[in-house]
Design a protein around this ligand. Sequence first.
Ligand SMILES: Cc1ncc(COP(=O)(O)O)c(C=O)c1O
Length: 384
Amino acid sequence: MTNDSTTGTGTDAGAPRNAWDELPIRDELRGQSPYGAPQLDVPVRLNTNENPYPLPDALVDRIAERVREAARDLNRYPDRDAVELRTELARYLTRTAGHEVTRAHVWAANGSNEVLQQLLQTFGGPGRTAIGFEPSYSMHALIARGTGTGWISGPRNEDFTIDVDAARAVIARERPDVVFITSPNNPTGTAVDADTVLALYDAAQAAGPSMVVVDEAYGEFSHHASLLPLIEGRRHLVLSRTMSKAFGAAGLRLGYLAADPAVVDAVQLVRLPYHLSSVTQATALAALEHTDTLLGYVAQLKSERDRIVTELRAQGFDVTDSDANFVQFGRFADSHTAWRHILDRGVLVRDNGVPGWLRVSAGTPAENDAFLDAVRELKKEHDA
Ligand SMILES: Cc1ncc(COP(=O)(O)O)c(C=O)c1O
């Protein structure tokens, strides 16, 4: 889908904006905007934290083979419990994330957005609340709204790290049912250390008990080890992951969680039957067979991310430390105007609405060069 919105609020349905005002929709949805990062047709698209590398030919061939096999059985519903896929995801986590898990600890869905939705359907909902420390991934609040869960916006420090004392205080006061901790955080790129997660977990158990969801969508890009080992002995801690970023498979729509098996059992109460198609399961399994090649791209992206940080700082920008495949930079008196200037030079970055800041995803070296040239010109004009 391509829409021509530059505001990030467009849909492609063709109806005049807010035509739904006349529909009897739920009160809490009225006047709200859908999620919508602009999908513009420009030469360099660095706005949605995608992996810029197309899948290698050998993997494309393997996907075709696996999907062909699956196609024969499309007259049947898929494996409802995705047993083979969860087994392979558990093997991947065990090998790369520093803690042994089995398929009983792992659940998969259509993107980590669906994982998060299932968690909020299970542990949030009407009369309950969730908290996130903002700015953070905007879908946490949107999925909360969609599931009828009240949303609490928690504080961050000036440098975008989590203020542990303030976070503990708001958890004790508000007693949320679900606590989101995003590490590395989107859009800032900042990682959260294990001590902070444990402090918030303990606060949430004292106030709740509530579920703590660590969203590690960008975990593979971090300088720090995964927070997966923290699930051991903590039944209310969930780690959420995705194949959209490190595996370069945003189009696949495959996210997963790791947690105590009781959590996996609990989300069965809300998951739609046969939610994960046979084609999705076959494709994800093929991608997992090529893990080592795909993690090679992650290493390249990490080094490009570090180059972007260094060069932006050399150009005189403020840059937030990044553990993700994107970089937050500023500060701009008017970030939307700066965003527009960069776009006019053929490079699409993200204006997340964090005053003074923009976010750029690490692309290929050529794309990053184009971005760095665009901001160099912007800076020159501004300083002239
Ligand atoms: C922090 C975070 N979590 C989750 C997601 C959702 O990813 P997906 O639904 O593609 O797995 C994103 C996507 O950008 C993200 O930034």
